[in-house]
Design a protein around this ligand. Structure first.
Ligand SMILES: NC(=O)c1ccc[n+]([C@@H]2O[C@H](COP(=O)([O-])OP(=O)(O)OC[C@H]3O[C@@H](n4cnc5c(N)ncnc54)[C@H](OP(=O)(O)O)[C@@H]3O)[C@@H](O)[C@H]2O)c1
Length: 145
């Protein structure tokens, strides 16, 4: 799992050694707090941090998952009443299948390829504002259709 600051994520992964064939579970967000709270994003719209990580390590299998919920919710989904939805994406189907095995307690939705991370990371623009408005990170998305 890559869970370092988004600002240093590329440097951190560069120090991880041989990632050939390994699943890199990317929970990072490209948050820029240089102008205070709420943060902006260092990359967005036509690219994402997850894609930058994948490009830097083409033989690794990057899966973006769990970046959209607070760490307390990540490890204990029962903090929220009822079911909620996790979103994940990645270019490698087997790697995503491994990830869904650890998402117990959540429903999940697969966005497809790793470029889905553009939307997942951009959610943080809204997540941080909801956090400010609600005063807690105990919330998540629930997809209803
Ligand atoms: N916290 C959450 O609820 C949450 C939820 C979803 C996603 N995320 C994402 O998960 C990541 C980690 O979140 P966090 O809240 O734990 O952030 P954080 O408190 O900023 O922790 C960042 C971690 O990165 C390490 N780090 C910073 N610069 C480094 C470098 N150059 N080389 C190696 N390690 C370095 C820090 O080590 P030191 O302690 O030694 O400085 C620290 O352990 C972030 O990308 C964040 O957006 C967090």
């Amino acid at each position: 799992m890559l869970a370092g600051s988004g600002k240093h994520a590329l440097d951190i992964l560069a120090e991880a050694g041989d990632l050939d064939g390994k699943v890199v579970w990317d929970v990072t967000n490209p948050l820029d707090f240089s102008q205070g709270f709420p943060p902006s994003l260092t990359v967005a719209n036509t690219d994402s941090l997850a894609e930058q990580l994948q490009r830097a390590h083409p033989s690794a299998r990057v899966v973006k998952a769990l970046n959209m919920v607070a760490n307390a919710v990540m490890v204990d989904p029962s903090r929220l009443p009822g079911d909620s939805t996790l979103i994940l994406c990645g270019d490698d189907a087997d790697a995503k299948a491994q990830m869904t095995g650890v998402l117990e307690g959540f429903g999940w939705t697969d966005l497809g390829g790793l470029d889905g991370a553009r939307g997942m990371e951009s959610w943080l623009l809204l997540w941080t504002r909801l956090y400010g408005a609600l005063g807690t990170g105990d919330f998540n998305l629930k997809l209803i259709r």
